[in-house]
Design a protein around this ligand. Sequence first.
Ligand SMILES: Cc1cc2nc3c(=O)[nH]c(=O)nc-3n(C[C@H](O)[C@H](O)[C@H](O)COP(=O)(O)OP(=O)(O)OC[C@H]3O[C@@H](n4cnc5c(N)ncnc54)[C@H](O)[C@@H]3O)c2cc1C
Ligand code: FES
Length: 250
Amino acid sequence: MIKIVAEKVRDEAKNVRTIFFRWDQEVRAGQFIMVWLPGLGEIPMSLSYIGTPKAITVKAYGSVSQALVDMQPGQEFYIRGPYGNGFQIDPGRKLLIGGGSGMASLLPIADSETDAIISAKTKDELIFTDRFPENRIFIATDDGSAGFHGFPHELLDKLDVSVYRKIYVCGPEPMLYRVMQKLSDLNASAEFSLERTMKCGIGICDSCSVGGLQVCKQGPVFTIEQLRGNPEFGISRTTYSGKRVFLNMK
Ligand SMILES: Cc1cc2nc3c(=O)[nH]c(=O)nc-3n(C[C@H](O)[C@H](O)[C@H](O)COP(=O)(O)OP(=O)(O)OC[C@H]3O[C@@H](n4cnc5c(N)ncnc54)[C@H](O)[C@@H]3O)c2cc1C
Ligand code: FES
């Protein structure tokens, strides 16, 4: 475990905060760390900034993520990692498709050749829209409060995806599943970063497994070919207590 001190925080949206910190460690875009708050628990987090300083961008869901969102400069937390494979970044024009806090793992890929679909349930939950020039960003909200009224896979119908060398996707699994189906129909080259229940983060407990693939070790990034036909992707997952539950695809 490495002790980290929060250097600076920035609010990205309601209940979403970026925590900047110093960590002299090389990290690839798409890799993740396990963040431990003593007395509360340990959760996986992508790095939203991988240079100096580094950062995590956290959306509050439960006790650990809420405590991170409440964190102030000078407060301490513990990390281990980096873990996972990260994205395979090819030169050329790229499209990022991020849903909610999923944009955090995609942000380190962004360069001058990158367009982004940024989506959220509603306008107030959109993050990182200020990190892309206006002509490179497409916004989608479930309720139509900003940008396109609908889901990212529906917005894809309005774009010519053949101009992109590769498409990188991260967000809730129902969104990933629908985008995967759409991009398969379009024969696009794509990588997806998955978020599953994680305990060990290093390939021992199998709580992150999706149809025989361990997200912490073999992922969290998978190619479209690896996910197509996977018997659990977009269908079911294991909870923290080990129970199998079915995903709400609404
Ligand atoms: C590889 C990886 C990278 C991740 N990167 C990020 C990141 O960069 N930023 C970030 O904010 N989160 C990220 N997550 C998700 C994050 O780990 C979870 O939000 C966190 O584990 C929640 O823990 P908790 O103790 O706060 O909430 P819990 O008490 O575990 O959960 C509270 C409730 O929220 C639900 N919930 C938990 N997580 C999610 C979720 N992601 N989506 C919808 N509902 C959820 C639970 O089912 C439960 O009902 C990542 C997950 C993985 C596997
Ligand atoms: S989190 Fe334990 S095997 Fe992946």
